[in-house]
Design a binder for this molecule. Structure first.
Ligand SMILES: [Zn+2]
Length: 279
């Protein structure tokens, strides 16, 4: 069933586990994520990136999720990931998304507060949850040169949450998006400090290639949502590029193998994050 982000993460925050958010963009990827969650009896968050609107129409996407989610008795959330444009956030709400991530993390602090506040007011008036980011999670390919200034300040985070009334906060504590140049290191001390100051659910972006151990520890220390894009994409491509596929219905066979590999990877992370049997 389709639900907002808020109840999914509220429960995760109370019972100390995290829920995976997977990047999806078509029927096959949506099914891979929802079936994996169903088999693990876990809640699931479907991340649709704003830029993916060029590949799949946002209204079509929302309709497909509604159909698929209605067939499974587990909590499913549709989240517009990294929404940079006001218009796209509104479109997602109108299309029936149950959550939006308002990303103004590259903007000055005051603009981040102001624009997030405005969208929270709109989203909450129709029961849609809002995630926002303070500090900035950068790109893995620039990881080695990344400076510490972009990490989340615990005190400012508490103030940001109080002012914006968001449902979940994405924190910058040492992970990055996409493939890493170098090894990711999570600043766990910072996470502990943030957790002391901020009572709403915390979100970790850039979970791929961070390693099971670090991710498990992040869950134990209070992260409640972890975004996994690249690792699931790599698994899908491994399936899609499988050897020994004979020509003839090749595309459909490869698509099915990609879906199976995605499922395996998602089920793996569900168990690492501890959300299995929590649906
Ligand atoms: Zn992200």
């Amino acid at each position: 069933m389709l639900v907002p982000l808020n109840p999914i993460l509220y429960k995760a925050n109370k019972d100390n586990y995290a829920v995976i958010a997977v990047n999806v963009f078509n029927l096959e990827t949506i099914r891979a994520a929802v079936e994996a969650a169903w088999e693990e009896k876990s809640p699931i968050i479907l991340n649709f990136g704003e830029l993916l609107g060029d590949i799949t129409d946002i209204y079509d996407f929302a309709d497909i999720v509604k159909i698929v989610a209605s067939k499974y008795d587990i909590p499913v959330c549709t989240n517009l990931d990294h929404s940079l444009k006001y218009e796209e956030s509104i479109k997602a709400i109108r299309a029936g998304f149950t959550s939006i991530m308002v990303d103004r993390s590259s903007q000055p602090y005051d603009i981040n507060v102001q624009e997030t506040q405005e969208l929270v007011k709109i989203a909450h008036s129709v029961g849609v949850s809002v995630e926002a980011e303070l500090g900035h999670v950068g790109l893995g390919e620039e990881y080695e040169g990344e400076n510490k200034d972009s990490l989340t300040d615990p005190e400012l985070a508490a103030y940001f949450v109080e002012r914006t009334k968001i449902d979940a906060l994405a924190v910058a504590i040492g992970t990055a998006h996409g493939l890493y140049k170098g090894t990711p290191n999570i600043d766990f001390d910072r996470l502990v400090q943030i957790k002391k100051m901020v009572k709403i659910p915390l979100v970790l972006h850039g979970g791929s290639m961070t390693g099971d151990q670090q991710l498990r520890k992040a869950c134990e220390l209070g992260i409640t949502k972890i975004n996994i894009g690249t690792d699931v994409d790599i698994a899908a491509m491994k399936g899609f590029n499988s050897q020994n596929i004979k020509p003839g219905w090749e595309f459909s066979k490869r698509t099915d193998l990609a879906r199976q590999e995605m499922k395996n990877k998602i089920r793996h992370y569900i168990r690492i994050f501890g959300s299995d049997n929590r649906a």
